[in-house]
Design a protein around this ligand. Structure first.
Ligand SMILES: [Zn+2]
Ligand SMILES: [Zn+2]
Length: 149
């Protein structure tokens, strides 16, 4: 049962390197926030991050401050998907700073899915350049589990 611990140590040292590379100190809270986002495959709200981390002893304000720090440092992307709630997700390592992937939002359950495979941005960017700057590409609909209800 030592294997998971070893993996944990590796992940922590990786995250530590990423944080220090971005000019951030590694605090327990910052590490916990980063790892929570890392474990998720969709963007999380402050409330969702807090739900997991408050029981571990971190307070909501600290969690929020760390989310903002990570955004400011360019490690995390902040997204607003039309419901006036900020969602946070890690930027992909190979993701260009300006390059953004589209999101699918279910209008029934509010579930958000990252569409990493859907490359609308590059193609659309050119034709939309004359209108303005794209800040978010958003697709709405009913997710699979809501569709079958
Ligand atoms: Zn749904
Ligand atoms: Zn996403």
């Amino acid at each position: 049962m030592n294997a998971p611990d070893q993996k944990d140590v590796e992940i922590v040292s990786q995250v530590r390197a990423i944080l220090s590379g971005a000019g951030l100190r590694t605090t327990a809270a910052r590490l916990a926030v980063y790892r929570r986002l890392q474990e998720s495959d969709s963007p999380l709200t402050h409330a969702e991050v807090a739900e997991n981390l408050v029981p571990l002893g971190f307070d909501k304000a600290t969690i929020f401050r760390n989310l903002v720090d990570l955004v400011d440092a360019g490690l995390v992307r902040r997204t607003e998907l039309g419901d006036h709630v900020w969602r946070f997700e890690l930027r992909g390592v190979d993701e260009d700073h300006d390059e953004k992937h589209p999101h699918f939002v279910c209008t029934e359950c509010g579930g958000v899915t990252c569409l990493h495979e859907t490359d609308l941005s590059k193609l659309s960017q050119k034709s939309l350049d004359s209108i303005g700057q794209i800040t978010e590409i958003l697709l709405k609909g009913h997710c699979k589990s809501c569709e079958t209800k």
